[in-house]
Design a protein around this ligand. Structure first.
Ligand code: SF4
Length: 245
């Protein structure tokens, strides 16, 4: 069990401007979870298709779908020309397999038609904005998938915003309550150090923090290192003081 944190920051730290809070958040989470090296965890095509499969699906089920699909159809050519129902069946451990199956096939078709092979290696040389535009025109590939592939595999300076990054950023007050997840990519990018390895660590640490501490239903604020910079915590704390008075 985690210990209650000893907060060394002043209580009014949450009133700092968003950029300073973002840098402090990054620093505190780096201390808590330790910085990681930025190394691609899987091939470029694997990352792209797996991230498409991962939408609203946990990692274990996403992996199961990916390997079942390749085992059943052999390679990307086989997946692209597979019978629709059989492909949807192979990836049934993911959410929305009936939507994902045609999106994956269409994506593979577009890559093959445009590049002559099942490869997105060319993104390495492409400027960031162009690479983002190219990826997001693929069916089923939104800004979250595109930024994740570009940061994790090509080490481009972009900010993937998943549900954890988004929730914690709003609670802490790095982005406003009305900001959409799509807009949050750009806003957070402006607040953080531009180096890809820093953006990667921020993303991974926010993900871990969201899974372990700042969870959706019951955030464990009493053990959170972000307490004194967090708007949500300050509101909760103020209410409990009001009640006790
Ligand atoms: S103090 Fe609470 S709400 Fe704020 S980041 Fe930590 S766990 Fe989340």
């Amino acid at each position: 069990m985690r210990k209650k944190v000893q907060n060394l920051l002043p209580m009014d730290t949450h009133e700092l401007p968003a950029r300073e809070k973002a840098l402090l958040t990054h620093e505190l989470l780096n201390k808590e979870y330790k910085p990681l090296k930025l190394e691609p965890r899987r091939s470029h095509m694997h990352e792209l298709i797996s991230t498409m499969l991962s939408h609203r699906t946990n990692h274990k089920d996403e992996e199961k779908a990916f390997y079942t699909m390749l085992e059943r159809f052999g390679d990307w050519e086989g997946v692209m020309s597979a019978d629709f129902d059989e492909l949807a069946d192979a990836i049934q451990t993911t959410r929305y397999p009936d939507q994902k199956a045609p999106q994956i096939q269409q994506t593979l078709r577009l890559i093959k038609e445009e590049r002559g092979e099942f490869s997105i290696d060319f993104l390495e040389e492409m400027p960031v904005e162009e690479a983002l535009a190219w990826l997001t025109k693929l069916p089923g590939v939104g800004i979250k998938t595109a930024t994740l592939v570009l940061l994790f595999n090509f080490k481009k300076p972009v900010m993937p915003v998943d549900t954890h990054v988004f929730r914690i950023s709003q609670r802490v007050g790095l982005i406003g309550a009305k900001v959409t997840p799509n807009k949050a990519h750009d806003l957070l990018l402006q607040l953080l150090p531009p180096e890809p390895v820093e953006l990667y660590n921020f993303h991974i640490h926010m993900l871990r923090h969201g899974q372990r501490v700042c969870t959706y239903y019951t955030p464990k604020c009493e053990v959170c290192v972000l307490q004194n910079i967090c708007n949500y915590y300050q509101d909760v704390r103020a209410k409990s003081i009001d009640k006790a008075a």
